[in-house]
Design a binder for this molecule. Structure first.
Ligand SMILES: [Zn+2]
Length: 360
């Protein structure tokens, strides 16, 4: 069965995009955001952005070794155009060799790169675009690999993975990666206030918390606010950019089977989607792609008023499911993503849009 699966991987050919490719690509990943989550947003959340898209599709989320995937393998499929086994970060499932990521290709093409997340930057989803390790829990090693790639914008949590133990961090090797970032010519901001009040005119890291950011309901800035700052800087880069934004804690709300947590994280993610769509509609050269790595919680909408004000969600698991997840696109190349496709095909199409001569 496995052999047959890899045979299929080899056979899939992605043609070069025939239109004018986008100068910029923004990938928005709602971690755990199944079609049901989008339904809940459309039915009950006031800032819902999903009706603003003209093209949509479905993604089959399996990993190389499991029907039900998780974020490391899920994000690897988008980031490399290949499926890997659950828990691996952008390495080949058999040979364990590193697989080139979209961000590494973008750097080769002199495009700017950015990451904005509400978890630690070393968490599985952002890690897959930047690092290559044998287990998603190797966050100290992932932090080191963040320094090797010349990213332009990094916003999220995860300070403790870059800070030596003697200064209150988790690094047993005593490396101070934050000093290293500053020595490498980055601006560094350790709070949202500092980032907001010092508009970055230089590449920067902004790490606000030891691990993940507070829940959306417990902070006074939105993922959309962070996204706006990232776009302000990246849009000034002459060769275009690729930006990955993750609504990381949508998944945590799903795992907790917590309706309020889930919906408030969706509302926060919506602020980022709306900010990107506003930018892209004016800019005209930006592809916006929203999707998810998997569904979390086996959630269903079981009751509520027709105006959606007292929606009721029920869950069938504390884990992930293999339900298909949605894809929404807008901008140059949008039509490439309609229909039903395997998750790694999304990655391959993005590679082709970045570099039409790229061969898998
Ligand atoms: Zn999860």
């Amino acid at each position: 069965m496995k052999k047959f699966f890899f045979f299929l991987l080899v056979l899939v050919e992605i043609n070069a995009y025939s239109g004018q490719p986008p100068k910029n690509i923004v990938i928005l990943i709602g971690d755990g955001m199944g079609v049901n989550y989008v339904s809940a947003s459309v039915l009950s959340i006031k800032n819902d952005p999903f009706r603003r898209f003209t093209v949509s599709g479905f993604s089959v989320t399996c990993s190389a070794d499991k029907l039900v995937t998780e974020s490391a393998a899920g994000a690897t499929a988008f980031a490399t155009g290949y499926r890997t086994n659950n828990l691996l970060i952008s390495i080949h499932p058999e040979t364990k060799e590193p697989m080139l990521t979209l961000f590494e290709l973008a750097e080769k093409l002199n495009k700017a790169t950015g990451i904005v997340v509400t978890c630690s930057i070393t968490h599985a989803t952002p890690a897959a675009f930047v690092a290559h390790v044998e287990h998603r829990n190797m966050e100290l090693e992932i932090a080191k690999q963040f320094i090797n790639l010349d990213l332009d914008v990094v916003i999220g949590g995860g300070k403790k993975f870059l800070t030596p133990q003697s200064l209150g961090g988790d690094r047993v090797d005593e490396l101070n990666l934050i000093s290293k970032i500053i020595n490498n010519g980055y601006n560094y901001y350790d709070s949202y206030e500092k980032l907001k009040n010092n508009k970055p005119g230089n590449k920067f890291f902004a790490l606000f918390e030891p691990v993940g950011l507070p829940k959306a309901s417990g902070r006074d800035y939105s993922l959309g606010d962070l996204t706006k700052i990232a776009l302000d800087y990246l849009s000034k880069q002459p060769n275009g950019f690729i930006l990955m934004i993750e609504g990381s804690q949508i998944d945590w709300g799903g795992h907790a089977n917590n309706q309020d947590y889930l919906l408030s994280e969706m509302e926060d993610f919506n602020t980022a989607i709306n900010t990107v769509l506003d930018f892209a509609e004016k800019n005209g050269e930006t592809l916006v792609l929203v999707t998810a790595d998997h569904e979390t919680g086996g959630m269903n909408i079981t009751d509520g008023d027709v105006d959606g004000c007292d929606i009721e969600l029920k869950f069938s698991t504390k884990g992930h499911t293999a339900d298909m997840v949605p894809i929404f696109t807008k901008g140059p190349g949008e039509e490439e993503f309609s229909g039903v496709m395997d998750n790694y095909i999304i990655g391959r199409k993005l590679f082709k849009l970045l570099d039409s001569s790229y061969q898998f």
